[in-house]
Ligand binder design. Sequence first.
Ligand SMILES: [Zn+2]
Ligand SMILES: [Zn+2]
Length: 378
Amino acid sequence: MKRDFYEVLGVERGADIETIKKAYRKLALRYHPDRNPDDPEAESRFKEINEAYDVLKDEKKRAAYDAMGHAAFANGGAHAHGFEGFARGFDADHFSDIFDQFFGEMMGGQRGRSGRRRGADQKVELEITLEEAFRGAEKQVRVHTLVRCETCRGSGAAPGSEPTLCPTCEGAGRLRARQGFFTIEQTCPHCGGSGRVISDPCKDCGGRGLKEKDRTLTVRIPRGVEEGTRIRLAGEGSAGLHGGPPGDLYIFLTIRRHPIFEREGAHLFCRVPLPMTTAILGGELEIPTIDGARTVLKIPEGTQSGRRFRLKGKGMPELRSERRGDMIVEARVETPVRLNRKQKELVQRLAEELGEKQSPESRNFFDRVKAFWEDLTE
Ligand SMILES: [Zn+2]
Ligand SMILES: [Zn+2]
């Protein structure tokens, strides 16, 4: 059951407007949700106080209330607002719902919370090496962020003073204008929507309640992260306003180019020069691996340039998994340079020794070239 509006404000039925205002201010300050965070009791009291005040401060509404009590607004709220014609078109309960909703939003919901604002999310970029992405890492990031001012404990008011209710919006943070049945809301220009004004601002933060600060945070980079991975540190963004929750910090990872390995998802790719003689005779080639070790790759006799070898499980770890990708090694046969006379003679002799069959690709290719030229001359 709804309490009597006069009782809610603790004033006599015949109290004048000044007395009502005074009583309202005192109670509104006491039960303001900013002063009673997460206290549903205080919140509902605050709502009740505002609802009562909204009626009693308005001459017409007060007269309607005095005449009919709460019933004035259950089905006759329209009366006080001058749209009785409208109200008759509604079924009474429905109208009362809408009216309550108005009160609920205007008086309780918005008014109570308007000053508290969640802090902004922040974004930082962090470059890591491929080895760090491979192993996982702990990295320090420096963030320039807003933190709560400790001097005023975030209130913005100098120590010893307190913010007061904004006289323009009476703590709502919003102003509303009625246009017929509809209500148009706007943020209160006087208090900027916080519902409060500070007459003696905190000198450390200039009344903002927040201060800029460089912070260093430790970020754990999981194994297997990829370029563009976004890590969210909940609550590490900018501090909230007037007791609002802080924002989050997002870390965007980029991975520095590696001098040896190229990454393709979980696989690693690398090009390795292969001495011509090893390519011809076969042999072994020592290959670096991302874990800092090395592995020996068997090169079969007659390996062609560009041939790819797959080393199973030598790639990157997959995120949140024990699996690892492969390493793909592309052999690039290297032509020896700066030969001395003796070496040139040996190669010359080798060339004389080699028959067509020893260069199957060339033979194949030149057969095709021959056919092409023959086509042209026909
Ligand atoms: Zn301060
Ligand atoms: Zn205001």
